[in-house]
Ligand binder design. Structure first.
Ligand SMILES: Cc1cc2nc3c(=O)[nH]c(=O)nc-3n(C[C@H](O)[C@H](O)[C@H](O)COP(=O)(O)OP(=O)(O)OC[C@H]3O[C@@H](n4cnc5c(N)ncnc54)[C@H](O)[C@@H]3O)c2cc1C
Length: 377
């Protein structure tokens, strides 16, 4: 097969690896606008379950990734300066750049042709002459835009703003910190992803953003302001920028996932709010599902049809959970009147995937404390 892939993120690279492994005679080319050592963002988290999927599909990448993982089982919720720890939530963190380097090296070893520093403006050029064109080009996909009539995308730009920083303050566990000031409510999603760094994503609603005057602040001023808001949590460490900018989360869905010999993968196909920490996992699992569809069918149309049929219900379920979670953060202001324990409980049960009984199994001590506090009122 002759496969062109636009986008050398987790989805594009992992799909290239799996297809090249399955058939070394295939010609697989990846086109990526950035250099191999350039990336946005800091660390990403995985839920524990992804790992077995990775091991079953490609042992070397699985090993490379897990050897560098930071793992933990606690979510810490900080509200009114009090930290509530909830155990039994297994997560792992890795630097996005490290993850990409592992995938890039494996792709090169297998003979995938990767072209870095190449921006694709017109995907049609890469579709012609290829058996398959994969749009793994992220949330602002040119492939999705080029064939929009066929994909019928819906792009829901959400109201909250967020910005993705790093810091040398190490947060052991997924730490969700809420701080209020005269402008409003700020939430930080943070976790350690290496010996040296943590990811630190700050999110706030549009009213808070306006009142804090971010429209008139430079990137540096915004960073300093937020380092002040979270001063007690950062313990004097600055916030670090890596091309960090304010963004509105875009909820991406597509009416159709395929068009002739073109298919979308990862964030170009669907997004799930970062508060459930599963975008990278979903991107990798998409690649696994598409490669499997090629293994189990003969012909491109059949494989793309099987991919959409089998994968769509799983993605829709994730997007539903992620939506609940995102809406909770958009309305954080409504919950901050709660004391730290009920606040943490509300936060933990926000996506409805974790209910009271489930939380009790994960951390009986947390539920006992929550019930005792509720009973004492
Ligand atoms: C703030 C934030 C925090 C997140 N935290 C987490 C987390 O903790 N855990 C998690 O699992 N996920 C997280 N995610 C989501 C995760 O980053 C994405 O879901 C994941 O990267 C999707 O992988 P992808 O390969 O589909 O797309 P991307 O990683 O976006 O890769 C797409 C690639 O395509 C390239 N490209 C785009 N257009 C072109 C073009 N025209 N020509 C050439 N190249 C092009 C881009 O340079 C990029 O390298 C987070 C996202 C955000 C925004």
């Amino acid at each position: 097969m002759n496969i062109n892939i636009i986008g050398g993120g987790p989805a594009g690279l992992y799909f290239a690896i799996l297809m090249k492994k399955a058939d070394p005679s295939s010609r697989i080319s990846v086109y990526e606008r950035s250099a191999p050592d350039a990336t946005w963002g800091w660390g990403v988290v995985f839920s524990d379950k992804t790992l077995s999927y990775l091991r079953d599909n490609d042992e070397p990448t699985y090993r490379g990734i897990t050897e560098t993982f930071e793992t933990w089982d606690n979510v810490d919720v900080v509200h009114r300066g009090e930290k509530i720890t909830i155990r039994g939530n297994k997560f792992s963190g890795i630097a996005r750049l490290r993850l990409l380097n592992i995938l890039q090296a494996r792709a090169a070893e297998l003979g995938v042709e990767a072209h870095y520093g190449v921006e694709i403006d017109d995907p049609e050029r890469l579709r012609e002459g290829a058996d398959l064109l994969v749009g793994a080009d992220g949330v602002n996909s040119v492939v999705r835009a080029r064939y929009a009539d066929a994909f019928r995308p819906s792009l829901d730009v959400r109201s909250n703003r967020y910005i993705w920083y790093g810091t040398e303050q190490l947060f052991h566990g997924l730490t969700l910190t809420f701080r209020e000031n005269e402008a409003g409510v700020f939430a930080a999603h943070s976790y350690k992803f290496s010996e040296q760094y943590s990811t630190f994503i700050v999110e706030c609603d549009p009213e808070t953003w306006d009142r804090a005057g971010f429209a008139d602040r430079t990137n540096r001023e915004a960073r300093e302001y937020l380092a002040g808001v979270f001063g007690d949590d950062l313990r004097g460490h600055p916030l670090l920028s890596n091309n960090s900018k304010w963004i509105n989360f875009v909820l991406v869905k597509n009416g159709s996932w395929r068009h002739e010999n073109v298919v979308l993968l990862g964030d170009s196909l669907h997004t799930a709010h970062f508060s459930i920490g599963s975008g990278t996992k979903l991107a990798l699992e998409d690649s696994i599902a598409l490669a499997k569809a090629f293994r189990e069918t003969s012909g491109v149309p059949e494989a793309l049809e099987a991919f959409e049929r089998d994968r769509r219900p799983i993605i829709e379920e994730y997007q539903e959970a992620a939506l609940e979670s995102m809406v909770w953060f958009e309305n954080a202001r409504r919950y901050v009147h709660l004391d730290p324990l009920p606040f943490a409980y509300s936060l933990m049960t926000r996506s409805k995937r974790i209910d009271h009984d489930n939380l009790k199994r994960r951390d009986p001590a947390f539920i006992a404390a929550y019930e005792a506090a509720a009973g004492a009122k």
